[in-house]
Write a protein that binds this ligand. Structure first.
Ligand SMILES: [Zn+2]
Length: 343
């Protein structure tokens, strides 16, 4: 959701031939406040020239499967790992992508008409151009009208093929968004009760992906949290500490940072620390913070759901966190004392 910060984007980007794992196994998932949703296994489309030794898909799946075990199964979820090596392969994949988006309602046009309409959309024409020119872009997209589906698109997956750690990391991060979006109305403003603020979406996904990478033994979670303060880690520059020195009046719930270029610092980095504060200072169970409170958002709205599960109002939380995060590195890092990397 939203553009990724430069470093993550660079790391996520690359790839292509066609190789599909289209064995769609059906399963049923029930979450407490939603009707049972029938979802199929995620489908990966890999363009020709990529995944020749299987590592691209294997390292992506390492993150995706972990995230699905944690969050449950939501979908349909289509993963596009693309690249510039074969135009024929890329065009074939985009044709298949168009078919996944076709609506069975004949009033919307025939399958072929809907397919051509999708392929002629300016954003899709531009995206294919980016793929074929080897440009590295990507991120999560989703539909808001039937058929509801989620897509993780990487226009040049050669980069993530060469970086197994970031490949897995990105898969973990994006699937947290799939889970979030399944419990939100993204047609509403991010400030509305039925949608979530950017710090919640990006901060919690930044936290969860780093934590899960630690659980998988692929990264040092606590060191990563410290790096967000000192260097900006894999999110961007400046770091939290540099940002806070320059911007004393920042607001976690201000949605305007997407336009200022400071979104990486506020939504991703400070958002990750806000998530850490909920878990390690307010001592709310990790599963509640990362997963279970979302179940109540569609029914009661985010403010009531937050208060119910976290024990404080959002406004009270903002006030407390603001005082906390302005302390020194050594003080804030104490919240992890006595924690283990296991769960
Ligand atoms: Zn994200």
């Amino acid at each position: 959701m939203k553009p990724l910060p430069p470093l993550i984007l660079a790391l996520l980007v690359t790839g292509c031939t066609e190789k599909t794992s289209t064995d769609a196994l059906e399963s049923t998932h029930t979450s407490p406040n939603l009707d049972p949703v029938k979802v199929v296994e995620p489908v990966l489309f890999v363009a020709a020239g990529l995944n020749t030794n299987g590592s691209l898909v294997r390292n992506y799946q390492r993150g995706l499967q972990y995230a699905m075990d944690y969050f449950g199964r939501y979908g349909p979820y289509y993963v596009y790992l693309l690249g510039p090596d074969s135009e024929q392969s890329v065009r074939h994949i985009y044709h298949q992508r168009a078919l996944t988006r076709a609506n069975a309602d004949a009033r919307l046009g025939s399958l072929e008409e809907q397919t051509q309409k999708f392929l002629n959309q300016p954003n899709i024409v531009n995206e294919i151009r980016s793929v074929l020119s080897g440009m590295a872009e990507g991120g999560l997209t989703w539909t808001q009208d039937p058929p509801i589906l989620y897509e993780d698109v990487t226009t040049n997956a050669h980069g993530r093929e060469k970086d197994p750690v970031e490949n897995t990391w990105g898969a973990l991060h994006e699937y947290h968004h799939v889970f979030q979006i399944a419990h939100c109305d993204t047609k509403q403003e991010r400030t509305s009760e039925k949608n979530i603020n950017s710090w919640i979406s990006e901060g919690m996904a930044t936290y969860s992906s780093a934590k899960f990478m630690g659980n998988l033994g692929l990264s040092d979670f606590e060191d990563y949290m410290l790096q967000l303060r000192t260097s900006g880690a894999n999110i961007g520059r400046p770091s939290i500490n540099e940002f806070l020195r320059e911007s004393s009046d920042w607001q976690l719930n201000d949605e305007g940072y997407w336009d200022t270029g400071e979104f990486a610092q506020v939504y991703y980095m400070l958002g990750a620390w806000a998530t850490a504060y909920l878990i390690h200072v307010l001592n709310i169970e990790e599963e509640i913070v990362l997963r279970e409170w979302y179940y109540d958002i569609p029914r009661m709205g985010k403010s009531a759901a937050f208060r119910k599960h976290m024990g404080v109002s959002l406004n009270e939380f903002y006030r407390k966190f603001d005082a906390f995060i302005r302390q020194t590195d050594s003080v804030v890092m104490q919240i992890f004392d006595g924690q283990t990397e296991d769960n």
